[in-house]
Design a protein. Structure first.
Length: 287
């Protein structure tokens, strides 16, 4: 089976170092196995998006020599497929309407308040999927064995938001399956939601890809790098240096001499020498 990896950024701002590391890791994991590497824009949440961010992200990837295969997929064009998935969940009687306010939802796991309430469709409501006590297990390529009891740890989770936008987990699962993604390499901040996505894959009867979660880049306060935390966009920097630092972050021990090379030479070295085993088994790394 041929390997297909992907990078799926949200267009909420320019790429920062943490997302570049995820792009580099997913690229090298696919290309070191002669696989394809796809780019998908996670543009399903317009209120959070920033105009120009998508162009800026694609430009940065090109600057870094991370050339994707095929066309970029824009998730905003995939609403019909997401609706089909919701219809399937509905036909299995696995979703219900919830109109709990944010204030009502204080705890960690949703307690199933609306499961048996049968709210009218006329009121504004979110849709939740019924979870259960069967543990979801998977072996992460970097972080090791993960197990979660969804009903206790998460509760029935949202598959369509009260503002009618599709929930992230549905969009991800539907498109990973549709694009035939075999390996997902992404930041460890998403480790915790993987069980939810595997649960959906099983119900929607689609394959579960291999998962590997790289450490998230955090600042000295332990906060994930994002534009909220004034992480500097990478466009302004030397792409060669960024690539070199990304390889170092990923435990690949790049040769110093590479700093004199160009982007293509650094990427080639990365593809040739990539070893997932060398990526630190940590949730976060401070930079
Ligand atoms: Zn509710």
């Amino acid at each position: 089976m041929s390997v297909i990896g992907r990078f799926a950024p949200s267009p909420t701002g320019p790429l920062h170092f943490g997302s570049v590391v995820a792009a580099v890791a997913s690229y090298l994991q696919a290309k070191s196995q002669n696989g394809q590497w796809l780019v998908r824009i996670d543009d399903i949440d317009p209120p959070r998006e920033q105009s120009g961010a998508c162009d800026s992200i694609l430009k940065t990837l090109e600057l870094l020599g991370l050339h994707w295969d095929g066309e970029v997929l824009f998730q905003r064009h995939r609403q019909d497929a997401y609706q089909e998935a919701l219809d399937l969940l509905s036909s299995k009687k696995l979703i219900y309407r919830c109109n709990c306010s944010r204030k009502q939802l204080q705890g960690n796991a949703y307690p199933g308040t609306c499961r048996l309430k049968a709210h009218s469709s006329k009121q504004q409501h979110a849709l939740r999927i019924i979870t259960n006590q069967t543990p979801v297990n998977f072996n992460d390529g970097i972080q090791g064995h993960v197990q979660q009891n969804l009903e206790n740890d998460v509760g029935d989770f949202i598959v369509r938001r009260a503002d009618d936008l599709i929930a992230y987990h549905i969009a991800v699962v539907v498109d990973d399956a549709w694009q035939g993604i075999t390996e997902i390499v992404r930041g460890a901040d998403l480790l915790d939601v993987t069980s939810r996505q595997i649960y959906l894959q099983r119900i929607l009867n689609v394959p579960t890809p291999a998962y590997a979660h790289i450490p998230a880049a955090v600042d000295a306060d332990g906060k994930k790098l994002s534009k909220q935390h004034h992480a500097r966009p990478v466009n302004d920097d030397q792409p060669e240096t960024i690539l070199f630092l990304a390889l170092e972050f990923l435990g690949q021990q790049p040769d110093e001499v590479l700093l004199q090379g160009n982007v293509e030479e650094i990427i080639q070295w990365g593809v040739k020498n990539w070893s997932m085993k060398n990526v630190p088994e940590k949730a976060t790394i401070e930079i």
